[in-house]
Design a protein around this ligand. Structure first.
Ligand code: HEM
Ligand code: HEM
Length: 242
């Protein structure tokens, strides 16, 4: 990575990069947010893989007669186990939106200020057209990322509702039973299954774009985006007050 490239993308002049700059270390992502993030990432990937296999079982895995093996049972077991972990982890994150620090709170997800809406335009230009960032960028989620996470959270709710609705026909436990009324509302089991399957592709697309953008912003902002979701700390220029 050459210095002129960083300068071109981040809007920091090459001279400024070579000169030492004053940065302060800011504790952005608290432990509950980071724990939520990685539990969510692991379970969501497992749900996508096992969900895909439930929808399109691979014939080659059947080495013998169906009654002689249990691999599909394991796939379904992992799907249901991850589903419960994922849902309770998500509920914990919803709660943390009320009690966490200013970067984790619900207010960080909505672009209510004019400067945040400007930031959305700026970030779209930087991400899609690869122009340089103009204004200072938020230390927590940038305004566009926050809004997208909010819509992703809505998709999490939708997938949970359709998942438990499907589960209600195969379990007598109280949690799936709470969603039994969803099934006729969505045109029966086939309707629920259709939507539950369709959203798989939303999550797959989200994960690909999200991981790419996390690394891209680490590169153009140059202040520890990737390490922040592991250790919690980011860096910001002394004068920035965003
Ligand atoms: C959040 C991410 C999730 C993804 C990406 C996902 C994906 C999928 C997919 C693609 C299928 C196969 C649908 C088909 O037949 O074509 C499936 C089945 C299923 N999922 Fe999910 N799912 C998720 C979460 C959940 C949750 C939270 C539950 C709640 C218990 C759940 C319960 C089920 C059930 C019961 C089935 C049907 C299993 C069967 O018929 O053998 N899923 N899932
Ligand atoms: C694979 C599945 C993944 C999913 C579903 C996912 C989902 C999310 C969500 C929902 C948030 C918002 C966190 C919150 O406010 O609670 C987030 C933030 C973040 N994620 Fe991921 N993530 C995944 C993987 C990754 C990976 C592999 C990396 C990079 C190594 C990464 C880097 C980040 C960073 C740096 C943030 C915070 C910065 C920002 O606001 O954009 N994520 N992720």
């Amino acid at each position: 990575m050459s210095t002129p490239n960083v300068a071109a993308n981040s809007g920091i002049s090459a001279a400024a990069i070579e000169r030492p700059a004053d940065y302060r270390r800011v504790y952005v992502w608290e432990l509950p947010v980071r724990a939520y993030h990685w539990i969510n990432a692991i379970t969501l990937v497992a749900l996508c893989v096992t969900g895909y296999l439930i929808g399109a079982p691979i014939r080659a895995f059947y080495a013998a007669e169906a009654y002689q093996q249990y691999w599909f049972g394991w796939v379904r077991f992992i799907h249901f186990l991850c589903a419960y972990v994922y849902v309770f982890n998500f509920l914990a994150r919803l709660y943390w939106g009320f009690v966490g620090n200013k970067y984790a709170r619900w207010s960080a997800f909505f672009p209510l200020k004019k400067s945040q809406r400007q930031e959305i335009v700026d970030v779209i230009k930087a991400d899609v057209l690869e122009t340089k960032l103009h204004g200072p960028i938020s230390t927590g989620h940038n305004a566009l990322a926050g809004l997208i996470y909010f819509f992703t959270f809505l998709a999490f709710v939708f997938q949970t509702v359709t998942g438990f609705a499907l589960y209600s026909s195969m379990s007598n436990s109280w949690m799936p039973r709470m969603f039994v009324w969803i099934v006729p509302l969505m045109g029966g089991d086939a309707g629920v299954r259709f939507w539950h399957h369709l959203f798989l592709w939303f999550f797959v697309s989200f994960i690909v774009v999200h991981v790419y953008l996390a690394f891209y912003h680490d590169y153009i902002e140059g202040r520890g985006t990737i390490s922040s979701i592991v250790g919690g700390w980011k860096f910001e220029r002394e004068k920035s007050d965003k």
